[in-house]
Design a protein. Structure first.
Length: 549
């Protein structure tokens, strides 16, 4: 008899998924599609079906194990197959080397005919990977049924918490059906539309071949993985951004859905279910307890929750007004700034950097910059100096952990740059700034700024920053106090450079001075840390030769 190892199939990117039930035992005779295991990730419970029938001769998993794609489940002695069967398969394959795995007996001529003519097939166009964003909103549908599209034409415009993005057509064709409407919430893999696309007849036949149920001259070779998992009733419930890594595998989809509906942080709920799992009853008990505390006046005031709201004003009684709806990005910005201001104890320090030599050098490189097709602005110099200061003073390159017991010391240097766009302020992140040249930074900052203004940034483009630079540039001003972009712990504000008289020890000389401010989270950084960081950064800008050391 032939024995085959059954592996965990594709889990949609999930790793270390819990085994909550083993449905078979050694010695069991099972049929194709019979459930082998029930797995539960932080988003869904799912059954893993048997890819084919046979007898279980060895079991490699137990209830409570954590599995990933490719992990061994069991050894299956295939029903009705033997080594002789395998030899027969090899013989058939040798005689018919070009025959497909599944061949129609009823229409052999179709299988062997080398047709190259064009055919039209209907294809689903799914939502591509949107950088981890969940429940992305459809803000515009750009096509309708019957439209003829070229490859790259926009289908829909999506807007996440941080960016708007257009989804292009993957190929030229005709729109047969539109599956989304404006205002819908979608996830990666959801169907946008169905398109009629011209393909070769051979390709169309190959695409439809696996669906054939006609008998084949020999069984197809067994796949290395089992079929895709079948999700049970709650698999379509999207996960939330609830904090707490430890609880990720200890609450089922139904419990998580209830927690989201009630606004409950699962990390604060005492579990009573099997293997410390949080149940829906646990969540209800927690809510009941919180309500009792609130009504008794014993609940402590959370961050900012005791602040009286600004009273509503009827502005129309003073003159003509217009109600302008905030974009989703603008609303998220309001929330983020409020959260950072209320939770982060800000301190701001001021200084001026003498950039006279820096500006002379930058202007001297204008011709070379034009040859390279880039514009060498002060921003790359500011980024290089900030990166050097982050390496020199690592207390600035941290984030406070949500557990309140640790801080995360970062070993990479990614710097965000605030960009003013028609959709609001956006902060794309330039990665590994300490490892890049001025020319590389000049090119990359220009590209990212252009993407930001065009609304083409992806969520990943705005994640992972260690430090942010916000520049007013030519707008003017002698200084400002930027709000820390939490979970970062510091941000630098750059104002307009001016020629000022500076005492050199014997006389006043004109120098180009750049006003700088650094706001920081006083929980993570103290004044001495900032003094060292700021002094070093200013020194780098005042003598750019030091950046080479």
């Amino acid at each position: 008899m032939t024995t085959e190892t059954i592996l965990v199939p594709d889990l949609g990117g999930a790793e270390n998924v819990d085994v909550i039930e083993v449905c078979v035992a050694v010695g069991d005779t099972i049929e194709a599609e019979q459930s082998l295991l029930v797995l539960e990730s932080d988003k869904a419970s799912m059954e893993v079906p048997a890819p084919k029938g046979g007898k279980v001769v060895a079991l490699h998993v137990n209830e409570g194990d954590s599995l990933s794609e490719g992990s061994k489940i069991l050894e299956l002695e295939l029903a009705g197959e033997s080594d002789g069967d395998s030899d027969a398969e090899s013989s058939v394959a040798a005689v018919q080397p070009e025959a497909p795995a599944v061949e129609s007996v009823a229409e052999p001529a179709v299988q062997s005919e080398p047709v190259a003519a064009a055919a039209v097939s209907e294809q689903e166009v799914p939502v591509p990977d949107v950088g981890g964003s969940d429940a992305v909103e459809v803000i515009e549908v750009c096509v309708q049924v019957g439209d003829e599209l070229a490859e790259g034409d926009s289908l829909v415009v999506l807007e996440s918490d941080k960016a708007s993005m257009e989804i292009p057509a993957p190929a030229a064709g005709k729109v047969v059906a539109v599956k989304l409407s404006e205002g819908d919430k979608v996830h990666t893999g959801d169907v946008i539309a169905i398109m009629a696309v011209e393909t070769s007849a051979a390709s169309a036949a190959a695409a439809s071949e696996p669906a054939s149920e006609s008998p084949a001259p020999a069984p197809a070779p067994a796949p290395s993985h089992a079929p895709a998992v079948d999700a049970v009733s709650d698999t379509q419930i999207p996960d939330s951004d609830m904090p707490g890594i430890d609880v990720a595998g200890h609450a089922g989809p139904a419990a998580r859905k209830l927690a989201r509906q009630l606004g409950v942080d699962l990390t604060k709920v005492v579990s009573s279910g099997p293997r410390s799992r949080v149940t829906r009853e646990d969540i209800r008990n927690y809510v009941q307890k919180v309500v009792q505390q609130v009504e008794s006046g014993k609940t402590p005031v959370a961050s900012g929750s005791g602040i009286p709201p600004i009273p509503e004003v009827d502005f129309a009684k003073f003159g003509e007004v217009e109600m302008v709806k905030l974009s989703k990005i603008a609303k998220v910005t309001v929330q983020n700034m409020s959260r950072s201001w209320l939770n982060v104890p800000h301190v701001t320090q001021f200084d001026d950097a003498d950039i006279t030599e820096l500006e002379d050098f930058r202007k001297s490189m204008k011709a070379e910059a034009e040859q390279r097709g880039v514009k060498l602005t002060p921003l790359p110099f500011l980024m290089k100096a900030a990166a050097a200061a982050l390496v020199k003073e690592p207390s600035f390159n941290v984030s406070l952990h949500a557990d309140g017991e640790h801080k995360v010391q970062k070993k990479y240097v990614h710097i965000g740059m605030a960009v003013d766009t028609p959709n609001g302020l956006m902060v794309p992140v330039i990665r590994n700034v300490d490892q890049k040249s001025l020319w590389q930074l000049a090119e990359e900052t220009a590209v990212m700024a252009a993407k930001a203004r065009a609304g083409k940034l992806m969520p990943n483009d705005m994640q992972g920053g260690c430090f942010t630079i916000s520049s007013l540039g030519a707008i003017g001003g002698n200084g400002f106090t930027p709000i820390v972009n939490a979970p970062e712990v510091a941000i630098m504000g750059v104002s307009k450079a001016q020629i000022k008289p500076v005492w050199n020890g014997s006389e006043f000389v004109p120098r180009q001075m750049l006003p700088l401010t650094v706001s920081y989270d006083h929980r993570a950084i103290n004044g001495a840390d900032c003094g060292r960081f700021f002094t070093y950064l200013v020194a780098m800008l005042s003598d750019i030769r030091k950046l080479l050391l």
